[in-house]
Design a protein around this ligand. Structure first.
Ligand SMILES: Nc1ncnc2c1ncn2[C@@H]1O[C@H](COP(=O)(O)OP(=O)(O)OP(=O)(O)O)[C@@H](O)[C@H]1O
Ligand SMILES: [Zn+2]
Length: 419
């Protein structure tokens, strides 16, 4: 036994009793300790170590890579849940595939070099940014966390700092730090971190400060913290997460960015651009957004540099919203049909009603997000009455029922009893 094991702090606790050098529990609590030249280890820690090693063997990584869905498969899966956004689907499928392929290969070959390709999604509210990220994470069965960039603070301020974000990811994996490090973090509203947007905000935390804090995590940084429930057997005292394998997908509407792009493309100082941009033109110009435009918008160059993959999503038009209502595997119309079927009622929407719903959602300017609100309003009255009105067996929502705002009269008008 080495000198350190006898005298050093690694092997004895404050009372001078032998302890496990890994979890620091005394011999009385751990049972037999296995001695090394400089340290001791208990059974629980041996178990934990073998579990970690089992996951890190190259063979396992390679099989994970062989099982990795190819970009085309990822795209097909996205198609089941996300309407439109073809470009974003393609870009994301490839980027996410490459990300996990890289992780697998680098780990297998013991290569620490990991050029990570975090992703930036630019698109209006309710166009499917979160949905795309979430659906990919579900297909890959990797941990997924959604966070709002505007709620983040610099370390030391009140609120959730970036460390807290990683901690939340680990907690969502039942404190499995290893698994958490393969996760995807979707960071919403990063456009609100732009320097020019934070000047007039009331909170004392600058968006720039948060951008700086995020930089560290988007590359590689070890976050170390104590798990919430301590003391339980076989639970390490500290959890460590290396963020270098965590994929960050950032999203934002970037209002006004299209105008910046347009101005750049037309050359500065030419007066005729002023009153040209309409919504359609703007989204066209967004497709030409470059790193410089994002920096001009107020993101710091280092932050933009960490987001090499950029995709622009289209605003959903009326036809797209009708498809969102009906086509996805978990489409709203399917959901409510199932819900009313539980009350023994068959629900139908006419084509006119679907378009009216889409138009109303469109008017709200929150993209597909508005659809649920509108459909809830229209179906409120029927859903309120149905559980009592046993005779109603077939309910057709037509255009008028939508336009009448789901008033009782609209309901009377559109429901019928079947013999
Ligand atoms: N392209 C789409 N296809 C199908 N459903 C969509 C699509 N876009 C949005 N939705 C639906 O609208 C809701 C909101 O979408 P999502 O959260 O993805 O918007 P977002 O683009 O992330 O907007 P925000 O930036 O405001 O969060 C989701 O519940 C989703 O079901
Ligand atoms: Zn131990």
């Amino acid at each position: 036994m080495g000198r350190k094991a006898r005298d050093g702090t690694l092997s004895r606790n404050l009372e001078g009793r032998l302890m496990c050098s890994f979890c620091m529990r005394p011999e009385a609590a751990t049972g037999a300790l296995i001695a090394g030249p400089d340290a001791y280890i208990c059974e629980a820690c041996v178990f934990e170590c073998s579990r970690i090693l089992a996951r890190e063997t190259p063979a396992q990584w390679l099989s994970a890579v062989t099982d990795l869905p190819r970009p085309r498969e990822l795209h097909d899966f996205l198609d089941q849940y996300v309407i439109g956004q073809e470009h974003a689907k393609k870009v994301l499928s490839v980027a996410v595939y490459n990300h996990y392929k890289r992780i697998g290969c680098c780990s297998a070959l013991g290569d620490p070099e990991l050029g990570k390709s975090n992703i930036l999604l630019i698109g209006p509210s309710g166009s499917g940014k979160t949905l795309l990220a979430e659906t990919l994470a579900r297909r890959l069965a990797v941990p997924f966390l959604i966070a709002d960039a505007t709620a983040l603070t610099e370390t030391g301020y009140v609120g959730e700092d970036v460390d807290g974000l990683i901690r939340r990811l680990v907690q969502s994996c039942d404190n499995d730090a290893q698994r958490a490090s393969l996760g995807i973090v979707y960071l919403d509203e990063v456009d609100k971190l732009a320097v020019r947007h934070t000047v007039s905000r009331s909170r004392d935390v600058s968006g720039e400060g948060v951008q700086q804090a995020l930089l560290r995590f988007m590359d590689s940084s070890v976050v170390r913290f104590a798990p919430r429930e301590r003391g339980a057997a076989r639970r390490p005292e500290w959890l460590e997460v290396d963020t270098r394998q965590i994929l960050f997908i950032c999203g934002g509407a970037f209002e006004g960015l299209a105008q910046l792009v347009e101005r750049r493309r037309r050359g500065h100082g030419i007066g005729f651009t002023v009153d040209l941009p309409g919504p359609r033109r703007c989204s066209n110009f967004l497709a030409y957004a470059e790193a410089d435009d994002l920096i001009h918008y107020g993101l710091i160059p280092e932050f933009v540099g960490r987001l090499p993959v950029v995709s622009v999503l289209d605003p959903l038009d009326e036809d797209a919203l009708v498809r969102v209502l009906t086509e996805p595997a978990n489409a709203l119309v399917r959901q409510y049909t199932k819900l009313l079927a539980m009350d023994g009622c068959e629900l139908h929407f006419t084509r006119g009603a679907l378009h009216a719903l889409a138009q109303e959602a469109l008017a709200r300017g929150t993209g597909a997000r508005g659809l649920r609100t509108v459909i809830e309003r229209v179906l409120l009255e029927p859903m309120y009455r149905l559980p009592r009105q046993r005779e109603v067996q077939c309910l057709t929502i037509d255009e008028r029922a939508v336009r009448d705002g789901g008033s009782p009269s609209g309901f009377e008008y559109s429901c019928s009893t079947r013999a």
